[in-house]
Design a protein around this ligand. Structure first.
Ligand code: COS
Length: 395
């Protein structure tokens, strides 16, 4: 049974504890049928992901992804709710975490920068699980270096025409709309970007390919070929795009850490169960001090990651403002440590740990991408160092 003592920490109030309990109850009751083991990948995966969004919406759990004015739990983005949802769902099933998280990531720019009309058009459907959201930032030559993107939106009459290509787009092909970042005007690098919300059926927007990865989820590339969107689809103003993207990532990097935490907790649970049952040299594994040392290190990493994640989430929810440093610390530490925890769990399982389909084998594949997407570990270090140095210099 996973440790839930962290819910007693002062970062949470009664509504968070109730929300965590409802996610836990839903996961235990619904996931075996909504996301059966053999339908979470392969040809069934898209169908399962779509069904997960619908069921999460019907259960009211996507309320963590949208603001209260449009059916959500909190006045703004509910970072603690997002983190709790991701942590608990990731502990049960990676695809469930994916479906939940993408509703938030794909719509967050609308919550943070959209006008009333844009919010009313998209957010209630996102929160009910009736519209699937996606975030289209990365390009083949612009991942860490966001300012290098070349997708361009050219003003034309009462709208913009978008041309270019995006890749590594989660929910490509499933989404009903995409938050798309493109270059507008002539300003260089990060200064010349804008964000748009683009409906999936807009002529000129096509899914140009699917990408298979080691922990499969719906992922692909998009092509924009003379894709005309109304000027009213821009989120914020021309030139705001980099700020929009970074503000969204300030929230979602903590939630990536939370998903890693969920994977790590599951690995710790699996490892402890194994250590208690497996016998070697006449004793249970749990009686050997080398195994106890691993368990201690794993538990310490899990708790330390949880503290950083919920510190970042609480800071954003309660104190507001930018949490760039806190979110980067949470993501960096939680994802790197989850990789170590899961690796140790595989070690405790021995040969069984690398057998396809074993829980720890799946976690071992599942965790790897989290150290890369939404800002690599290396980018997080640059961000943290810049903030520390800024502080020292009095900026
Ligand atoms: N919130 C709001 N505004 C922000 C911001 C944030 N978190 N971070 C930066 N900005 C603003 C800055 O204030 C600055 O504005 P001014 O020019 O008006 O001062 C502007 O954006 C540029 O900021 P900065 O100079 O810090 O940007 P850099 O080009 O140095 O940023 C990194 C470099 C690498 C930190 C950034 O590009 C980054 O995070 N890259 C990773 C992107 C990523 O996660 N990609 C994966 C996407 S998968 S979804």
């Amino acid at each position: 049974m996973a440790d839930s003592s962290f819910l007693g920490w002062p970062f949470f109030d009664a509504t968070h504890r109730a929300f965590a309990a409802s996610v836990e109850d839903w996961a235990a009751a619904a996931l075996p049928t909504v996301c059966p083991e053999d339908e979470a990948h392969g040809e069934h995966m898209d169908h399962t992901a779509r069904r997960l969004v619908g069921e999460l919406g019907r259960a009211g759990l996507l309320a963590a992804c949208v603001p209260a004015a449009h059916g959500g739990r909190a006045a703004g983005l509910d970072v603690r709710g997002l983190c709790l949802g991701r942590e608990i769902l990731a502990r049960h099933a990676g695809l469930a975490d994916f479906a939940f998280a993408m509703q938030g990531l794909g719509s967050a720019a609308i919550t943070l920068f959209g006008d009333d009309r844009q919010q009313a058009r998209y957010l209630p459907r996102v929160g009910r699980g009736e519209a699937i959201a996606a975030f289209a930032l990365s390009e083949a030559e612009a991942g860490s270096d966001v300012g290098a993107m070349t997708t361009r939106a050219v003003a034309d009459g009462d709208g913009y025409v978008i041309d270019g290509a995006k890749t590594w787009i989660s929910n490509a092909g499933l989404a009903d709309f995409y938050t798309v970042f493109a270059r507008v005007g002539e300003a260089p690098g990060a200064k010349g970007l804008a964000a748009f919300v683009v409906d999936a059926d807009t002529p000129g927007l096509t899914v140009s390919g699917r990408i298979d990865v080691i922990a499969p989820h719906p992922l692909g590339s998009l092509a924009f070929d003379g894709c005309r969107v109304p000027a009213a689809s821009m989120l914020g103003r021309p030139g705001d795009g980099f700020k929009v993207a970074m503000s969204v990532l300030d929230v979602f990097r903590s939630t990536v850490g939370a998903a890693a935490l969920g994977f790590a907790r599951r690995a710790l649970d699996e490892a402890v169960d194994r250590a208690e049952r497996r016998r070697a040299f006449g004793s249970r594994l749990a009686e050997f001090q080398l195994i106890q040392a691993k368990i201690a290190e794993m538990a310490l990493a899990v708790d330390a990651a949880a503290l950083l994640i919920y510190r970042a989430a609480w800071t954003k929810d309660v104190l507001g403002g930018r949490v760039t440093r806190e979110a980067s610390m949470a993501k960096l530490f939680a994802t790197e440590q989850a990789q170590v925890v899961i690796d140790q769990a595989v070690q405790i399982f021995g040969g069984l740990g690398v057998v396809s389909g074993m829980a720890v084998e799946k976690l071992y594949r599942e965790i790897r991408a989290l150290r890369i997407y939404e800002g690599t570990s290396e980018v997080q270090k640059l961000v943290i160092a810049a903030k520390v140095l800024d502080g020292y210099r009095g900026n």
